[in-house]
Write a protein that binds this ligand. Sequence first.
Ligand code: A5P
Length: 231
Amino acid sequence: MNDTDAAKHAAAEVAASLVEPGMIVGLGSGSTVQFVLEALGRRVRAEGLSITGVPTSSRTGEVAQSLGIPLAELAGLPLDLAIDGADEVEMDTLRLIKGLGGALLREKIVAQASRRFVVVADESKLVHRLGTHAPLPVEVDPFGHVATARRLIELGGGPALRLGKDGGPFVSDGGNLIYDCKGFGPILDPFTLELRLHAIAGVVETGLFLHMAERAIIGAADGSTSERRPR
Ligand code: A5P
């Protein structure tokens, strides 16, 4: 295991230990969550831990199923806990950029439906200001998306249409396109930016997760972890 994976693994093990019998658990997406799924699958098999997972992407659903984690769709009841990764974690506030994996819309719906939202990440994801390294992913409706992108240019986002492995546009689980916006960083006022982006018809969701995370579990390469809470 390389250093980054060791850090992700350490954070994931702590997050998986927060899950208690009977919980309905939102399961995020990405490589850090993959370690969470493995830890939960192990607990389901070894301890008979009875939980219901609500996946945020088809990929997570497939992996969770293969590991024996029972799944359900998101319904009206609140989830007890959601666990997800992040592309950037603002260290003092725990505001996040998410969506480099392309699952931001469902991740945000699941996080919003959960009583508690815990982030798992390696320490490379910690930043002083959002938009330091990661572009801001903005999910848009395919209809007229070039016109929508023009509005993102006007806002200074410098949008780039995300491409898939086949060289064509990347299409999210919800059938939408994603523009990665490098131009917004560093993001000093994410709340105003969120409002401006949502005021554009055609924008479905943004990768800004504000006031959502109750804590972040940050893993280091030596296998240690630290916990951060928003100030
Ligand atoms: C998926 O859409 C993203 O929001 C992920 O949570 C994010 O990209 C973190 O992924 P890693 O754990 O692979 O870094």
